[in-house]
Design a binder for this molecule. Structure first.
Ligand SMILES: *Cc1c(COP(=O)(O)O)cnc(C)c1O
Length: 437
C-alpha cells in the first residue's frame, strides 16, 4: 500500500484550495440534506479510490489484448475482471464497460443495430422516455425516424396494445423500452413478442433498473433483449459511466460501435471503478439493499399519497416514484425550488398528459438510493414525506412560508446527519457503508 499514489485530499487542498473547497462544499451538501434524486446514489470509498487512481493516465484504445498502445497489461486485467463480473452478475454473454455514460452507451447501441434514417419505436419523452429515445434535440431524434409510444391515460401504465399497433404500422428496425420516469416494472416479454412479430431488434435501456436487477429486486431484461444498455451510477452505485450487455453474436458489432465509432480512449480508472462496483453489487448485502430500495420507494410513495400527492400509476415497483402535485396547486418547478430551499434535493418532472409546459411541470420525481444507502427504512420515509409535504406547500413569498421552509431545513439536516452518508473528518472524504438488514 505504501506505493499507492491514491486520492490524497491533503495534496489537493495544498495545490488548489479553491477546488478543494468546492469538493468539501459538495460533500457537505450531500450529507447535510436529503438526497432524493432518483438517478443519484453514493459511490463507495473503494469506487472513489479506483476513480482517483493513476489508471486515469493510461491510454488504452481498443480492448484487452488488442490495444493501440503499449503498456496495457495492468489495465487489461482491470477491464477483463470488470467484463467477467458483469457477465456473471447479469447472466450476459458479453459486456462492454467502456461507454463514458448512459447516453454514450445508447449512441453505440444505435450505431450497432440501425442506420441513420431507420425507424425506431421508443417511449415518448413526456411519458417517461429519455432524451436518447428520440428527442428532437438529441442525435436519436435527428438521425432516426422515431415513433413514440405512451402510457394509457386511465392506468398510466405502458399501453402495450399501442406499442404493438405502432410497431405493425411503422415496422421499426429497433424497439426501445426502459425509462427515466416510469416507476413500474416493464413487461420485457411483451416487448420481445412485438419485436419478433415485426422483426425488430429489442434494446432495453436499463439505466435505472440495472441496480435493482443486480440485487435481485427486479426481473432481468437480459434474457429478453438483444442489447441492454445502462448507466453505472444511478441505482448501481458505481462511477459515472455506461455499460452494454449483449449476446455473443452482437459482441463484435457492439464493441466496434463503442470504439472506434463513438469513442476514443477508454477511461481506465472508470472501467476499474465499474469493476469494483460490480464486485460490490454481487455481495449479499447489496441484495438486501436493493430490496430495501423498493420497500422504501413504496413507503415514500404511499406516505406522499396520504399527504395529497398522487403517485402516477398509483404507486411504484421500484426505487422511484412520480408524484402528481396538481391537487396542491403547486407546480413541479415551484416544488423543487421550495424543497431545495428546505435541504431536500429532488427534481420536477412532467407527468403523463401534463397540462403544464416542461419548464413548470405538474410533478416531482423522488428516489430512494441515497437515503437507503444511508441506512434509512420505511419509518424514515414517512418522516421524509412529512417534510416534503410541508415544504411543497410553504410559499417562500410569505413570512410564514419562509419560516416553515427554515424549520423543514433544520429537520431535514438533523435526519440526514443521524444517518451519516459520508463520515470521518472533512479531510478524509469516505463513506461509511450503511448497515442494511
Ligand atoms: C439517465 C438515463 C440515460 C443517460 O445516462 P447518462 O449517463 O446521463 O448519459 C439514458 N437512459 C435512461 C433511461 C436514463 O434514465
Amino acid at each position: 500500500m505504501d506505493t499507492f499514489w491514491g486520492p490524497d485530499f491533503g495534496a489537493l487542498a495544498s495545490a488548489d484550495p479553491d477546488i478543494a473547497a468546492v469538493v468539501l462544499e459538495e460533500l457537505d451538501r450531500q450529507r447535510g440534506g436529503l438526497q432524493l434524486i432518483a438517478s443519484e446514489t453514493f459511490a463507495s470509498p473503494a469506487v472513489l479510490a479506483a476513480l482517483g487512481s493513476t489508471l486515469t493516465n493510461k491510454y488504452a484504445e481498443g480492448y484487452p489484448g488488442h490495444r493501440f498502445y503499449r503498456g496495457c497489461g495492468p489495465v487489461d486485467r482491470a477491464e477483463e475482471l470488470g467484463v467477467a463480473r458483469a457477465c456473471e452478475l447479469f447472466g450476459a454473454e458479453h459486456a462492454n464497460l467502456q461507454p463514458h455514460s448512459g447516453s454514450s452507451a445508447n449512441l453505440a447501441a444505435y450505431a450497432a443495430l440501425v442506420r441513420p434514417g431507420d425507424t425506431v419505436l421508443a417511449m415518448d419523452l413526456p411519458h417517461g422516455g429519455h432524451l436518447t429515445h428520440g428527442s428532437k434535440v438529441n442525435f436519436s431524434g435527428k438521425w432516426f425516424r422515431t415513433v413514440g409510444y405512451h402510457v394509457r391515460e386511465d392506468t398510466e401504465l405502458i399501453d402495450y396494445d399501442e406499442v404493438r399497433d405502432l410497431a405493425l404500422e411503422h415496422r421499426p428496425a429497433l424497439i426501445i423500452c426502459g425509462a427515466t420516469g416510469y416507476s413500474r416494472l416493464i413487461d420485457f416479454a411483451a416487448f420481445r413478442a412485438v419485436a419478433d412479430e415485426v422483426d425488430a431488434y429489442l434494446m432495453v435501456d436499463a439505466a435505472h433498473l440495472i441496480g435493482l436487477v443486480a440485487g435481485g429486486a427486479a426481473p432481468s431484461p437480459v434474457p429478453h433483449a438483444d442489447v441492454v444498455t445502462c448507466a453505472t451510477h444511478k441505482v448501481l452505485p458505481g462511477p459515472r459511466g455506461g455499460m452494454i450487455l449483449c449476446r455473443d453474436e452482437l459482441a463484435a458489432r457492439i464493441d466496434k460501435a463503442v470504439f472506434p465509432f463513438a469513442q476514443g480512449g477508454p477511461m481506465m480508472h472508470v472501467v476499474a471503478a465499474k469493476a469494483v462496483a460490480l464486485r460490490e453489487a454481487a455481495q449479499p448485502d447489496f441484495g438486501r439493499y436493493a430490496h430495501r430500495l423498493v420497500r422504501n420507494g413504496r413507503a415514500l410513495a404511499g406516505a406522499l399519497a396520504d399527504r395529497g400527492m398522487r403517485p402516477v400509476s398509483g404507486g411504484t415497483d421500484t426505487h422511484m416514484a412520480l408524484l402528481d402535485l396538481r391537487d396542491t396547486g403547486v407546480t413541479g418547478h415551484q416544488a423543487e425550488q421550495r424543497c431545495e430551499a428546505a435541504g431536500i434535493t429532488l427534481n420536477r418532472t412532467a407527468i403523463p398528459f401534463d397540462p403544464r409546459p416542461p419548464a413548470a411541470a405538474s410533478g416531482i420525481r423522488v428516489g430512494t438510493p441515497c437515503v437507503t444507502a444511508q441506512g434509512m427504512a420505511e419509518e424514515q420515509m414517512t418522516g421524509i414525506a412529512d417534510l416534503i409535504a410541508t415544504a411543497v406547500r410553504a410559499d417562500p413569498g410569505t413570512s410564514e412560508g419562509a419560516a416553515r421552509l427554515h424549520e423543514v431545513r433544520r429537520e431535514a439536516a438533523a435526519l440526514a446527519r443521524s444517518f451519516p452518508a459520508y463520515s470521518g473528518a472533512p479531510d478524509q472524504p469516505g463513506m461509511v457503508p450503511a448497515v442494511v438488514s
